[in-house]
Design a protein around this ligand. Structure first.
Ligand code: SF4
Ligand code: FES
Length: 363
């Protein structure tokens, strides 16, 4: 990728809606959730998928909120499939029934990612803030298996559930999932309100890695396990989004086109709307997408660091949240002057005992 002419995006995250029956405290949706009245229409979404396919996008991830809250989900999946996109549904399962899953199958849906809030109803219904959610999810998982959708189980791990990682892996096996994503909570959006409730301890993170490695060995050829470790226990940042505006494109429920799900926190940038400007123009020419491409925007210590071509200076949104400057070195990096403070704060959060702050839709 050159700073002047990036490759086309490979994947689109289509956040169809912020509406969701669950209220997970680690939700990455923004604090200001969009109401139904501001969501794009079916035709606007369909046009976006056509443009995406035209410009070279390969996959579309239907997400939210809960994408099944949109009654036109099936129509959108069918359209995305018609224009040649690989379709993935990221869902809690709530809002789906056998009839809708059969319809999605007929529309050509390629893959399902099911989220898991806990390993039993007590934990899952508490974390998701939705009574009966676990039992309904288990039923949906059964239907997914009967239809034969390839399944990935997504488990967000944190202080309150890391000790139950073995049971999480067992559930993925029971469901017949091909892949399990063990993702330590990332503190963007609503999750940022829950740092003290959810930040895992260093010991939990260490143990989780051992558990994942042992399971990977034991389950080779049966279950693929992806592990996203906690940023705050690392000395170097991850290459967030593979580098700003390099491989993925997100469209928010109101049509705002973003390089990542938290980019709206960078208030100095203006994000165009997909129903107001061609997607291609936004990707290649907009100031927001070009803001952190290449290396010229970097400050020291990133500018002269040999790792900048690997991690691209880390996460712009995290730099914004902690350093107050989106062009700063990600404070996860040991070379950042803010690294020590970040670790101290993470350790204080890990030791704290705080209640969950649930995600709430505006009334
Ligand atoms: Fe990455 Fe910047 Fe840290 Fe170097 S100084 S490792 S480029 S974040
Ligand atoms: Fe936005 Fe990392 S979440 S760049």
């Amino acid at each position: 990728m050159s700073a002047l002419r990036p490759n086309p995006p490979m994947a689109m995250l289509a956040e169809l809606t912020h509406r969701c029956p669950l209220a997970c405290p680690y939700c990455s949706n923004p604090l200001e959730l969009e109401r139904k009245e501001r969501e794009l229409t079916t035709d606007e979404w369909k046009d976006i998928f056509s443009q995406a396919a035209e410009m070279g996008v390969l996959h579309v991830h239907f997400s939210g909120g809960e994408p099944a809250s949109r009654r036109d989900l099936e129509e959108m999946v069918a359209h995305a499939r018609d224009v040649g996109l690989y379709t993935n549904l990221i869902t809690s399962g709530i809002g789906l029934n056998k009839r809708r899953l059969d319809a999605l199958n007929e529309c050509g849906l390629d893959h399902v990612q099911l989220s898991l809030q806990g390993v039993d109803s007590e934990m899952a219904d508490w974390v998701g803030g939705y009574k009966g959610g676990f039992d309904r999810k288990m039923q949906v998982a059964e239907w997914i298996g009967e239809i034969g959708f390839p399944l990935t189980l997504n488990a967000v791990m944190h202080k309150k559930n890391f000790d139950r990682l073995d049971e999480t892996i067992a559930i993925a096996l029971d469901m017949g999932a091909r892949r399990l994503e063990v993702a330590t909570v990332q503190f963007h959006g609503w999750a940022a309100k829950n740092r003290a409730a959810l930040m895992p301890t260093r010991e939990q993170a260490k143990q989780a890695r051992l558990t994942v490695n042992a399971a990977r060995e034991r389950l080779e050829g049966v279950l693929v396990i992806d592990y996203v470790p906690a940023d705050h226990h690392s000395d170097y940042p991850k290459p967030c989004m593979g580098g700003w505006a390099s491989t993925g494109i997100n469209v928010a429920p109101d049509g705002a086109v973003l390089p990542c799900h938290a980019a709206h926190t960078i208030k100095s940038l203006t994000f165009d709307k997909a129903h107001e400007k061609p997607l291609k123009e936004i990707w290649y020419d907009s100031d927001a997408f070009n803001a952190f491409r290449g290396f010229d925007w970097m400050q020291e210590p990133c500018r002269s660091c040999e790792l900048k071509t690997k991690d691209f200076g880390g996460c712009r949104c995290q730099a914004m949240a902690i350093a107050g400057d989106a062009a700063a070195t990600d404070p996860v990096c040991i070379k950042s002057p803010l690294h020590g403070e970040l670790v101290r704060q993470a350790e204080a959060d890990a030791e704290a005992d705080a209640d969950l702050v649930y995600r709430v839709m505006p009334t």
